[in-house]
Structures are given as structure tokens and as C-alpha cells.
Design a protein around this ligand. Structure first.
Ligand code: DGL
Length: 265
């Protein structure tokens, strides 16, 4: 019997598409539902309390509505704050997205790495723990940028973001003590891989960028080993939690990621 249950990806906006793309490449037969909580966007400037109250409740509703086989919280902010609570509340596998500090430390030659995320993510104890466990011999520079999240959203709406945004984001890391030695940057917000080329250009010198997308795809493949996929997965469904004016201009980008069917929750 075929199993039509989708894999549900969740983010505050379109950033989670950077995590979805490698998962779809690895599991082409899997049906996907992508949920952007644009009613709650942005998450990165919200308090821990707001995220902790909003995300588990919303994912509970979404789990009931779409009966997914697995949920991917494709958002570092939501994962570093609410992953534990979501796993506690829901009886299905939950994959989180947390800053790629381990791969960054493995790749760094200078032992100075950067964590570029949202303001909320870079201040999380979860990040302290990752740094202590995987990068204890590195200087870990952190920088939070809300305008970079907006720039990634704008790019997917086919607007041209102001290049100064990328320069400011990079300077937020390289301008810190030790920043001249920085060689690897963990893109710790799922929106940021969508503007990696712009960040690389703004850096003005060769830097490596890492993020969790490929690792998450492998994790999903592992957790769904032996699953039966529908013969035709069909076009993915993209759900938005509010009918904001920008939503319509995301249609072409969503199509590029395999989402033909767009709905408001
Ligand atoms: N994409 C999200 C992340 O990975 C958050 C962006 C936002 O809403 O501020 O952190």
C-alpha cells in the first residue's frame, strides 16, 4: 500500500527552502509540504518566550492537518529555542536545523570561525553548547542580522537587495577582534544560504561557508529508510499562515523548488 504522508518543512519564511532543496534531491519520490509562518515572520527579532509559545502550538496544528511522516524545523531560531518542546509534544520524528559549528570547526585551518545567524539564534545557550562541544579550540565569532533575512526574502520575490546589507553582515564578523583570521562561516539561519553568493562577494577575500542542508537530507533519508513513497509524489504544497501582499510574488521561486500548489492556512 502506498503511503501518501508528506514530509513537512517548517520555517518563518522561505529560508527553509535551502534545507528542502538537498532533501528533495536525495528523495525525489517524497511528497513535501512547505509551511512558511509569514504571520509570525520574522522570528529572529522575537523573544525566546514568543518563539517557545508559538512554534510548538503551530506545529501541533499542522501535524493534525497534514499528518506528516516527519517534520523538519528548517529554521535555526525555532530549532535552538523550541526543538525540545516540539519533540516532547508530538509523537513523530522531528528533525531540527542547528548552527553548523561542527563542520565549520572541522574545515577551519585558522581556528577562527564565524556564526552568522539571527539575533535570537546567536544568543542561544544551544550555540554555547555546540561551540564548547565541537569548537573548543576555536575562536567563535557570532553576529546576528535581521536585515539579511529580509534581503533573502526580497531576493526570492525577485527584488534586488541593497548590496550594503551583505557588506554589513560580513563586517559584523570580520570587524570583531580576531576577525582578520576568520576562514569559515557557518550560515546559521536557513535564509542565508539563499544569499551565499552575495555574502561571498561582500567578504572581499576567500572564505568558506557551511550550512546543515546536506546533513539534514541524509538524516531524513536515514529516518525514512524502508518507507514506501507514492508512485507519483505530485507537486508540493506550499502553505503560508497569512495572506500578506508579498506572498504572490514568491510563486515563481516556489515553482523552482517544486511547489505548484500554494495555499493560505
Ligand atoms: N530562517 C530562520 C532561521 O533559520 C529565521 C528567520 C527569521 O524569521 O528571522 O533562523
Amino acid at each position: 500500500m502506498t503511503d501518501k504522508r508528506p514530509i513537512l518543512f517548517f520555517d518563518s519564511g522561505i529560508g527553509g527552502l535551502s534545507v528542502l532543496a538537498p532533501a528533495r534531491a536525495l528523495l525525489p519520490a517524497a511528497p513535501f509540504v512547505y509551511v512558511a509562518d509569514n504571520a509570525g515572520y520574522p522570528y529572529g527579532t522575537k523573544s525566546e518566550l514568543e518563539i517557545a509559545a508559538r512554534v510548538p502550538a503551530l506545529l501541533g496544528r499542522l501535524a493534525e492537518r497534514f499528518n506528516p511522516r516527519l517534520i523538519v524545523i528548517a529554521c535555526n531560531t525555532a530549532s535552538t529555542i523550541a526543538l525540545g518542546a516540539v519533540r516532547h509534544a508530538l509523537d513523530l520524528p522531528i528533525v531540527g536545523t542547528v548552527p553548523a559549528i561542527k563542520p565549520a570547526a572541522l574545515a577551519s585551518k585558522t581556528r577562527v570561525i564565524g556564526v552568522l545567524g539571527t539575533d535570537a539564534t546567536v544568543r542561544q545557550p544551544y550555540v554555547d553548547r555546540l561551540a564548547a562541544e565541537f569548537a573548543s579550540d576555536c575562536v567563535v565569532l557570532r553576529h546576528g542580522s535581521a536585515e539579511l533575512v529580509d534581503a533573502a526574502e526580497a531576493k526570492l520575490r525577485r527584488e534586488v537587495p541593497d548590496p550594503a546589507v551583505f557588506a554589513r553582515a560580513m563586517a559584523g564578523l570580520t570587524g570583531q577582534p580576531g576577525g582578520e583570521m576568520l576562514d569559515v562561516v557557518a550560515l546559521a539561519c536557513t535564509h542565508f544560504p539563499l544569499v551565499e553568493a552575495e555574502l561571498a562577494r561582500a567578504a572581499g577575500r576567500p572564505l568558506s561557508f557551511v550550512h546543515g542542508g546536506e546533513g539534514i537530507a541524509r538524516r531524513i533519508a536515514f529516518l525514512t529508510q524502508g518507507h514506501v513513497w507514492p508512485e507519483k509524489p505530485g507537486a508540493g504544497i506550499a502553505i503560508f499562515t497569512a495572506a500578506t501582499p508579498g506572498v504572490d510574488s514568491l510563486v515563481p521561486a516556489l515553482r523552482n523548488y517544486g511547489f505548484e500548489d500554494m495555499r493560505i492556512l
